[in-house]
Design a protein around this ligand. Structure first.
Ligand SMILES: Cc1cc2nc3c(=O)[nH]c(=O)nc-3n(C[C@H](O)[C@H](O)[C@H](O)COP(=O)(O)OP(=O)(O)OC[C@H]3O[C@@H](n4cnc5c(N)ncnc54)[C@H](O)[C@@H]3O)c2cc1C
Length: 294
């Protein structure tokens, strides 16, 4: 068909209003941020269908990074490398580690915050680590034929099965991360989330502890093709105990984690289950070591 043989038209809006108008008038067009996900997963070359492309990177608001006393605001089309550079002294260490673990600069110089959160079928490093923080997302687009801006917590960007919940022609425009102090932070990438999502696990912890107790403990396990798992009972089973945890307490809490994970989703594979439980136990041992060395 003639339409399928033409090259895609690439639109490069240079203002937010132009971007939103294009998005409204061309709802089938592909939003193009860094293109690393699109080119490696969805657009094999030559691509059989021609779809218009809307590039996000020329809209100044989409790449701006602002800091206030309470939070960091990142435009969704800011590259991971730029966030690492601008946020050098202020990013929580666990977030900086997650960003660096995405890949070499050839990828992080292109890939964007929004692209990492909005890749349709994978939950990757940013969803994993940001699930531990108070994070608000700004979405703009046509909802019920009216242009709207709304803010949602990160958790509401995804359905329980991990799928994206953008509505209508919405675009993710800004990510707001509230600053918090945590003296125990951990990000662990086990396996290859991008190449083998059904085996990989992203395990993250953000905690505050003194010598004898943990006052705040948050942990998340991300299964790239399933979603992000966080469980209040598992977290409070750690905060309710004195430090250092003994061997039996570690066994008990990891049994609780295994049970809740089995209830969470049948799509978590046996290797992911085993990897998560091992990472969790290891993190508790590290927490013990850190508490006694204070
Ligand atoms: C070989 C390889 C391995 C990788 N391994 C990892 C890894 O282990 N962990 C990791 O975290 N990352 C990894 N990445 C990087 C990953 O591809 C990107 O971080 C991210 O998924 C895509 O970012 P992007 O900006 O290139 O988005 P694009 O490829 O441009 O877009 C991805 C999707 O998001 C949509 N989108 C983009 N921006 C928006 C927005 N603002 N609003 C709404 N929708 C939007 C697009 O339409 C598209 O569907 C890897 C990349 C490659 C090539």
């Amino acid at each position: 068909m003639a339409g399928e043989n033409r090259s895609p038209t690439v639109f490069t809006p240079s203002s937010m209003s132009e971007l939103l108008e294009l998005r409204r008038s061309k709802p089938q067009a592909t939003l193009w941020a860094g293109g690393t996900g699109l080119m490696s997963r969805y657009y094999p070359y030559p691509y059989p269908l021609s779809r218009d492309i809307i590039s996000l990177k020329h809209v100044p608001e989409m790449t701006r990074i602002n800091r206030t006393e309470r939070y960091l605001d990142i435009g969704a089309a800011a590259t991971l490398e730029r966030v690492l550079t601008v946020g050098h002294h202020i990013l929580p260490p666990v977030l900086a580690k997650a960003l660096r673990s995405v890949g070499p600069p050839t990828i992080t110089n292109q890939a964007t915050i929004g692209g990492n959160l909005c890749i349709p079928d994978l939950r990757l490093n940013l969803a994993a680590v940001l699930s531990l923080f108070n994070v608000q997302l700004e979405l703009k687009g046509d909802l019920k034929h009216r242009l709207q801006t709304r803010w949602i917590p990160l958790i509401r960007l995804y359905r329980r099965d991990g799928k994206l919940m953008l509505q209508g022609t919405e675009v993710l425009t800004r990510v707001r991360i509230y600053f918090e102090e945590g003296n125990f932070q951990l990000f662990q990438q086990i396996g290859f989330p991008y190449q083998h999502p059904e085996e990989a696990v992203l395990f993250t912890v953000f905690a505050n502890h003194g010598q004898d107790s943990v006052v705040d403990y948050r942990a998340a396990a991300t299964f790239p093709s399933v979603g992000v798992f966080r469980d209040r009972d598992v977290e409070s089973s750690v905060t309710s105990k004195a430090l250092p945890l003994n061997h039996q307490e570690i066994r008990q809490t990891s049994r609780l984690l295994r049970r809740t994970l089995q209830e969470y989703s049948t799509r978590v594979s046996p290797i992911q289950l085993a990897r998560t439980v091992r990472a969790f136990e290891r993190s508790l041992i590290l927490l013990n070591t850190k508490s006694v060395s204070r």
